[in-house]
Structure formats: structure tokens, C-alpha cells
Design a protein. Structure first.
Length: 192
């Protein structure tokens, strides 16, 4: 097995276990039992949908990184090299199901005791169960993909109240006000 794929699978499997513990285990030395009433999760929690199903509780996905299937761009963990022979739109859509499927089949049965599901069903759990998503990304930076349904929303940035009092340094303010609006971009690299 390719060592890179093996590392990703081990990392995902560990992430699934940590997600389940977060739903059912008491915090540190707390003696009272704990069981989640709802899950608000980052997509990187991976097991969120499976844990919510097992506990029969609501789930809401919230993130700054777009993680919902679309024809417009691939899954953030999929490294797809385009070629002339490949249908990029189809590769983008399939990348979401392929990344998620690497671990959940075994995890659902052996850890959660949930029923086995097919690859076709597993890749569509979020869509078929109308799981709401909120992305903290303004549409001025990333346009909302046209193939998303109404359960997927963008809210723009979210700030804590104390951050609302922020004022930038004078040299930064002068730079921003001096000419054309600056272009914001974010580089992200996922390593396992």
C-alpha cells in the first residue's frame, strides 16, 4: 500500500475514534456521565454524521474551509492532477465520496455498531439527510457554487464581540486606503 495513503487512513481512523469519544466521554476528570445532545462539527471531524446517526441527534457542519460536494472544485484533501482525458467536473464530484469512504465502512460497523452502507449511500449521507452546513467565507471571495442546495449557506466571517473593537495599525490602514482594494488569498496545505 502506498505509504501516503496508509498515513491518511491511519489519521482518519484516529480522527473517527476521537470524534466518537467527544460525543460520549466525560471531560478529563469529570465524574458525571456525558452524552451529546447535538453535534456542531468541523468537516475534519469526519465521523460527525456517523456519530449523530448512532446517537439520533442533530448535526450542523460549520467551517471556514469549503467541504461540500460541488462540480466547481475538488475535495480539499483530494490531490487530483488534471489531464486531457479526465472529466474534471466528474473528478471534483467523486473526490468527496472517495476521500470519505476510505475509513467509514469499517468504522461504522466495528466501533459504532451501525448498519453497513454501500459506497453509493455513504458518499451521499450528508446530502440525503439534509445536514445543514455554514461556511465562514464571504461570497465575494468564493462564489457560492450553483449546484449546492438550500442546506448549504455562507455567512461571511464571524467575530467575537471583543474582536469587533479591533482597529488596525495606522500603516496597514494607510496601505489599504491608498489605492486599489487589496486581494485576499489563503494558501492551505493538508499534511498527514
Amino acid at each position: 500500500m502506498n505509504e501516503g495513503i496508509g498515513r491518511i487512513k491511519r489519521s482518519l481512523y484516529q480522527s473517527y475514534h476521537e470524534s466518537w469519544r467527544a460525543c460520549i466521554a466525560s471531560y478529563k476528570s469529570e465524574s458525571r456521565p456525558f452524552l451529546a445532545d447535538a453535534i456542531i462539527a468541523n468537516p475534519l471531524a469526519h465521523a460527525h454524521i456517523h456519530c449523530a446517526e448512532r446517537l439520533s441527534i442533530p448535526l450542523h457542519i460549520m467551517s471556514a474551509m469549503i467541504w461540500s460536494p460541488t462540480k466547481e472544485f475538488p475535495h480539499p484533501l483530494a490531490h487530483i492532477d488534471g489531464s486531457e482525458d479526465m472529466d474534471q467536473v466528474m473528478a471534483n464530484v467523486l473526490s468527496y465520496a472517495l476521500v470519505e469512504e476510505t475509513i467509514w465502512k469499517t468504522y461504522r460497523q466495528h466501533v459504532l455498531g451501525c448498519q453497513s452502507i454501500s459506497s453509493a449511500t455513504g458518499g451521499r449521507l450528508m446530502i440525503d439527510n439534509d445536514i445543514p452546513h455554514t461556511y465562514f467565507c464571504p461570497e465575494v471571495l468564493v462564489s457560492r457554487p450553483g449546484d449546492w442546495d438550500d442546506m448549504i449557506n455562507t455567512s461571511g466571517y464571524v467575530f467575537a464581540e471583543e474582536e469587533a473593537q479591533y482597529s488596525s495599525a495606522k500603516d496597514l490602514s494607510s496601505f489599504i486606503e491608498s489605492g486599489s482594494p487589496p486581494i485576499y488569498f489563503m494558501l492551505q496545505e493538508n499534511r498527514f
